[in-house]
Design a binder for this molecule. Structure first.
Ligand code: ADP
Ligand code: MN
Ligand code: MN
Ligand code: MN
Length: 384
């Protein structure tokens, strides 16, 4: 009989992650990453992959992420062509129409999931049985252009027992905002948040996402991560996968993610945005004052259309306070965090070239719709 081997030696990264998470488990025994190294024979290289099909449901105004697992055998990590369409019961996700409740999951991306041995996340679009996109499937109809780059800054609150993680049982922390942004130390940051955000970063990098960084935000319990991508689909896909990974990771800590843009309401605590940085090839390579001014005029003209897809309840957040512009105004400003669009310091000295930051999209916004609207407005402005 062939000796029993550990086939995962093919994948040193998995072992590293397993060891890493096993160490974490000493502190938090519920974590998902406990090493589950299975045995296999040396001759059989087929392995059972756990494919987590994830999709956006039909809830309004904000879709929830859903996921279910399909086990399938492959001889190596599956590519998009290898993973089949699947289905689900649309009547349980507000996606069933009429008497036919079966919806189709059409894979559009496959990402390694290192919380599991042979794990993969399969990002899907929701289709009707006849192959046409479901009305909740924004991805199928958005504008895309690989030459347009997007950088999304996702802010959110870690949330526990109805309040930001680290808030006292009743009321607010004795110390208001000031020392939490990029803060360090147990008194301000607590004992769990850092482990969550750092583990989330590792999971995103393992999944191949362009996660670009983390910072603790202005309110206690509030954090941010950034995802960058070339093309609206790629950037937005990766944001949804990153959101999924964060939600799932937080389950094991008994912590929720609160994506609402103003979860503490009309108080002196910041809301959460998803600043959307963008640059077309023309903006990066040609630019110019005249084009920039025409572009900003178009953003002003379509400000209501932008706000309409920049996330729900944004009137609660875009008040003119807490580093925002009022919801009914449009302006731009160099290094101005109270502007609708912030122009980075280097933009004008570089000949009005580079990227711009639209600060209005909020933390619950759908990055597909946000990126598509930005492209739509850009397309109204002729390039000389
Ligand atoms: P800040 O908090 O100062 O607004 P961040 O560093 O959090 O800035 O986010 C800046 C974002 O801008 C990053 O996500 C980055 O990927 C993105 N970015 C940088 N250059 C470009 C570019 N040329 N086009 C689009 N996005 C860009
Ligand atoms: Mn930022
Ligand atoms: Mn921020
Ligand atoms: Mn920003």
């Amino acid at each position: 009989m062939a000796p029993i081997l550990l086939p995962q030696i093919r994948c040193p990264k998995f072992l590293r992650k397993a060891g890493f998470r096993a160490a974490i488990n000493i502190h938090h025994p519920g974590l998902p990453g406990a090493a589950r190294i299975k045995t296999d024979t040396a001759t059989n290289h087929m392995a059972k992959y756990k494919l987590e099909y994830i999709w956006l449901d039909g809830y309004e105004p904000v879709a929830n992420l859903r996921g279910k697992t399909l086990v399938k055998e492959f001889d190596s990590f599956p590519s998009l062509e290898d993973v089949p369409n699947w289905g689900f019961d649309g009547s349980s996700t507000r996606q069933a129409e009429g008497h036919s409740s079966d919806c189709v999951l059409k894979p559009v991306g496959v990402y390694p999931d290192t919380t599991k041995e042979n794990g993969a996340i399969v990002l899907c679009e929701v289709m009707h049985a006849d192959g046409t996109p479901h009305s909740t499937n924004a991805r199928a109809t958005i504008l895309d252009d690989e030459g347009t780059w997007f950088g999304f800054e996702q802010e959110y609150f870690l949330w526990k027992d109805g309040a930001p993680l680290g808030f006292p049982k009743d009321g607010f922390p004795a110390e208001g905002q000031g020392r939490y942004y990029c803060g360090v130390g147990y008194g301000h940051m607590g004992d769990i948040a850092r482990e969550i955000v750092d583990t989330h970063l590792d999971l995103c990098l393992d999944a191949g996402l362009n996660h670009e960084g983390i910072n603790a935000e202005v309110a206690k319990g509030q954090w941010e991560f950034q995802i960058f991508g070339k093309g609206s689909r790629k950037a937005a896909d990766e944001m949804w996968v990153a959101r999924y990974l964060l939600l799932r990771l937080c389950e094991s800590y008994g912590v929720d993610v609160n994506w609402h843009c103003k979860p503490l309401g009309d108080t002196d605590w910041n809301g959460s945005g998803m600043h959307s940085n963008f640059s077309t090839e023309y903006m990066r390579t040609v630019g110019g004052k005249e084009y920039f001014e025409a572009l900003m005029a178009a953003f002003d003209k379509y400000k209501n259309e932008h706000i309409a897809v920049y996330g729900p309840d944004n009137h609660m957040r875009l008040t003119g306070l807490h580093e925002t512009q009022s919801i009914d105004k449009f302006n731009w400003g160099v290094a101005n965090r109270g502007a609708s669009i912030r122009v980075p310091n280097s933009f004008i000295p570089n000949g009005y070239k580079g990227y711009l930051e639209d600060r209005r999209p909020n933390s619950q916004g759908d990055p597909y719709k946000i990126a598509s609207r930005i492209l739509q407005t850009i397309q109204t402005v002729p390039t000389p």
